[in-house]
Design a protein around this ligand. Sequence first.
Ligand SMILES: [Zn+2]
Length: 421
Amino acid sequence: MNRWITIIFIVIFSLIGFSYYKRIFVNSAEMKKINSNNISENSENIAEDNQTVDENNKNFEQSKNKCEYKKYTISDGDIPADMFSEQAKFDANDVVALLSASEEIYDFTKLRIDREIRFCFEDGEKASYFEYDRNIDDMIVVAREGDNFTVEQKPIEYEVEEVFVEGKIENFLYVDAIEKGMSEATIVTMADVFSFDIDFTTEIQKGDEFKVIYEKRRRFGEDGPDGNILAAKFVNQGETYYAYYFKDGEERGYYDSEGKMLQRQFLRAPLSYKYISSGYTGARFHPITKKVSAHYQIDYAAATGTPVVSTAKGKVTQASYTGGWGNMVKIEHANGYSTHYAHLSKYGKGVKVGATVTQGQIIGYVGNTGWSTGPHLDYGMRLNGKPMNPLSLKLPKGDGISEGNLGGFEEVKRGFEEKLK
Ligand SMILES: [Zn+2]
């Protein structure tokens, strides 16, 4: 009989515990009222077993000296409160205090799958410190002092190495660059850097060449995500383009050899390499072609569903079905320009009349609506209402580097020039 009472007791207690954890994450409004300082140490720790600390984890960046680290990777289905309880030995009150102390900086109820969290155990059973990678550049650092949690955001410190890669297009840029050891992210960034001059979806040819110097980053003895491209050169159809990364005061970006920002009012093309290259292999490559037709409209033959981007920032003046054009988006831009994108299969998120769009924002997807004999994008541009050929558009480059920083820029440029030759 006694045994049954014990079992019932255990069941009731587990249910209470479970609903308490659940409440922490459901009712965040209630949470805000709780002051982390006022929580008394009234809850008991659940059975804890001794943690064996992986020998490999000793090298972790440490803000405290005597610290044994334990690494945990967030996995699908992890409940934050349970994870903190299991890994950090935090009790329910600790979790509430942590969430309250961190709410201005990071919402720990929204831990991302596959992200790493590193706990430091100094004294006692509970973690006294932990780090969570918020993104590839920043981490959230939490220190526990008794019942108090201090939460900060800090830049992740990588070991950075400058690497140089050069290549020639033999198959496709993506395949050739991967073979040279570049990461997909850096290939896409390179295409982005030159996207004001080169349409990477249709204008790359066999024999084109690239040279790129970028930051390869390592952490804990393993490859991390690449850092910035520092300088690059791209030879497209005999034309040579340069890019140098530079911080001109608050402004940071890519400048050409003359110190003019590469960014212009319009992207070269309404299809972005970013959405086309992603993960394809040579065999799966679906080539995109373009042809200029009457009234300078450009037909991009591309697979249905390929994202279409606005070539410049502007205001949507139309996002509806129009006879032969099918689903069509029209955008009005600064300096008297407007663009249209027709035969779309669907519209981009939030794209409706009156909406503001940024340069490179997805405004729709390639389709076959209206009078169209196959999936393609019809792209057109007008200046003061008159059709014009976007491919012959010669817009001035962006601002030059401020006088005071020009010397600094020249120095940066000189440092890379020799390699890029
Ligand atoms: Zn067309």
